[in-house]
Write a protein that binds this ligand. Sequence first.
Ligand SMILES: CC(C)(COP(=O)(O)OP(=O)(O)OC[C@H]1O[C@@H](n2cnc3c(N)ncnc32)[C@H](O)[C@@H]1OP(=O)(O)O)[C@@H](O)C(=O)NCCC(=O)NCCS
Length: 374
Amino acid sequence: MLHFYLSLRRLERAPPPTRTGLLPYGYARALKHCARQAGGLWACPQPFLYPRPAGGEFLVMKIRPFEFSQADYQAFVEVRQAAHPEAPLNIAQLKHLDQTRFPDEVLRRFLVEQEGQVVGMLEYATPYHNPKPGALEVGYHLHPQAQALATRLWAFLLERVAPLRPYELQAQVREDWPEFGFLLAQGFTEVERKWASVLDLSRFDPGPLQRPLPPGIVLKPLSMLPWQEEAFQRALYSLELELLEDVPTREPITPWPFELWRKRSLEDPNLLPEGFFLALEGQEMVGLTMLFKSSRPQTLQTGLTGVKRSHRRKGIALALKLQAAAFAKAHGARYIRTANHQANRPMLAINEALGFVKEPATVVLRLSPVPSLP
Ligand SMILES: CC(C)(COP(=O)(O)OP(=O)(O)OC[C@H]1O[C@@H](n2cnc3c(N)ncnc32)[C@H](O)[C@@H]1OP(=O)(O)O)[C@@H](O)C(=O)NCCC(=O)NCCS
């Protein structure tokens, strides 16, 4: 059973029993779950107890393992919605991410309950996009009324990751989320920033941006190409690897092996083969852009956009993005979203020209060495 030590100093200073021999309600409830340890700390089985913000009573907080059941996925999605309504998640996508983990990857997730209600989630895992051995990606979300629990979650997390001896913890949070300030306070430092940005298609006029394609280049959606054939998939994979090398990230990207890439990319429930465009010169793939379904209403999400070095500055990326925007409109979407590294001037220049509007940045954070519990 999970076991939590409480440094409930307030509990230690609990008032003595009243003349009737009863403790005030909150303390009595707290003590029911706990036993005093040597050194004056209280050890409690699973639930954490903590004071209500208004004081006087204790609420019970419990951290329990995520069961990967439909009900737990639903609870996860709901808590994320309450914490960050601007960035919803969908169950199909979450399940797909979880199910395409390698058996040797770490994935530990927990739900945080308060009085039987799920008010938060916490996880640590092998980094999804850049799975470096020894690094762990951590994340938590808490209902707005339960933010005070962050300190307890952090202690729990440090205790749980210690046996894995990670050399660093990583996190990605939006700069306007409470997680950002909290993680900085725990010693995380900023590594880089990415901007999510959104294009409102109802105000978008592609006319002034349209130019003829360079001779010999055609744009085709995946749906019109033999994308279920392995030879085609391998060519697409090698194009993506080549393009990823040029995405200006602070640390080089460790690419997924082919089989994993195939599962994660081509079996993604959000894949839209009609909204995934390739630029072709004869049989050769020279560029791409891709739109995925999104859990946001009326929205499609951009994945990787790129053009081979040999074919840059010929208007191919812009043409691909315009084609994708036309598809999105015909598909009934109102918004296209994308995310770009702050240092990616070429891609930002194209998106700014198209009219994408930036949102608060997502900040990549690192903590190394990983502190142990005091
Ligand atoms: C970003 C990228 C896709 C641009 O492809 P491209 O086909 O060369 O871009 P285009 O020719 O359509 O450029 C259109 C306009 O964008 C701007 N632009 C493109 N590349 C630029 C650069 N290196 N510096 C400044 N502006 C640039 C220019 O305004 C250009 O118009 P111009 O050539 O008439 O001046 C390409 O550089 C690339 O593949 N980079 C690596 C992958 C990547 O970082 N992808 C984005 C992450 S999702």
